[in-house]
Write a protein that binds this ligand. Structure first.
Ligand SMILES: Nc1ncnc2c1ncn2[C@@H]1O[C@H](COP(=O)(O)OP(=O)(O)O)[C@@H](O)[C@H]1O
Ligand SMILES: [Mg+2]
Length: 213
């Protein structure tokens, strides 16, 4: 059975879909068989991301589009997933506690993207506290610091603060680059957009992918 990597967060707009799409992309580039399941039906979701890539002529192979399948939650058959190495789940923000428990039960790893601002760190710690109240889920929940300013030490400091507060945090800091926004617009990966920082952005996601699988 595939490893299930779920992405969730206490707030919307923190970078869940960006992380989910790029993590799946990085795993695919490393030769793993991967699919993305979109459990967030709203604008900005991964389904629409993939659809933009298709509409703009991407084939999903060799550059444009996304190099993996994206399924709607209702539309996914267990058979399609059985042969995969990994399944990434993109979720809606502000999950209800019950939904979160169910997600925690299904996932091998729960990734919680968070920005570095004090307010975001607070919300992230709240969610981690909830997840860590269940010993089993605690082991599997990890914060991913994202939209980290490329200049300065805000990312390192946030990582240290979260760890001091008892949260497990991925080493990789996903830095803030315009290439991600461009990738969302074009329905592709940051790797494939024309931008001077595209490769740097992609390196962050590759490094993160190696940390999680
Ligand atoms: N690492 C990043 N660098 C720059 N912009 C980012 C990054 N991650 C996310 N964003 C931007 O932040 C906004 C919200 O991201 P999104 O992934 O849609 O969040 P969510 O799925 O949590 O609502 C989008 O405009 C996206 O392009
Ligand atoms: Mg989203």
């Amino acid at each position: 059975m595939p490893k299930v990597l779920a992405v969730t967060s206490e707030k919307g707009g923190v970078g869940k879909s960006t992380l989910a799409v790029h993590l799946a992309g990085a795993l695919a580039e490393r030769g793993l068989k991967v699919a993305l399941i979109d459990e967030d039906p709203r604008v900005g979701s991964s389904i629409r991301w993939a659809a933009r890539g298709m509409n703009l002529g991407g084939s999903g192979v060799g550059g444009a589009g996304l190099p993996f399948a994206v399924y709607e939650a209702d539309d996914v058959k267990p058979k399609k997933l059985a042969a995969l190495d990994a399944v990434v789940i993109d979720t809606e923000g502000r999950p209800k506690r019950k939904e979160l428990r169910q997600l925690a039960d299904r996932a091998d790893l729960i990734l919680v993207p968070s920005g570095t601002s004090a307010l975001e760190l607070e919300a992230t710690l709240e969610l981690m506290d909830f997840l860590q109240s269940d010993a089993d889920a605690a082991r599997r929940a990890r914060v991913v610091l994202t939209r980290v300013p490329p200049v300065g030490r805000a990312g390192e400091e946030a990582r240290e603060d979260l760890r001091e507060a008892g949260a497990t945090v991925c080493n990789t800091l996903v830095r803030a680059y315009a290439a991600y926004q461009r990738a969302a617009e074009l329905g592709t990966l940051a790797r494939d957009v024309r931008d001077p920082r595209a490769d740097t952005a992609w390196e962050d996601m590759l490094a993160l992918s190696r940390e999680v699988l």
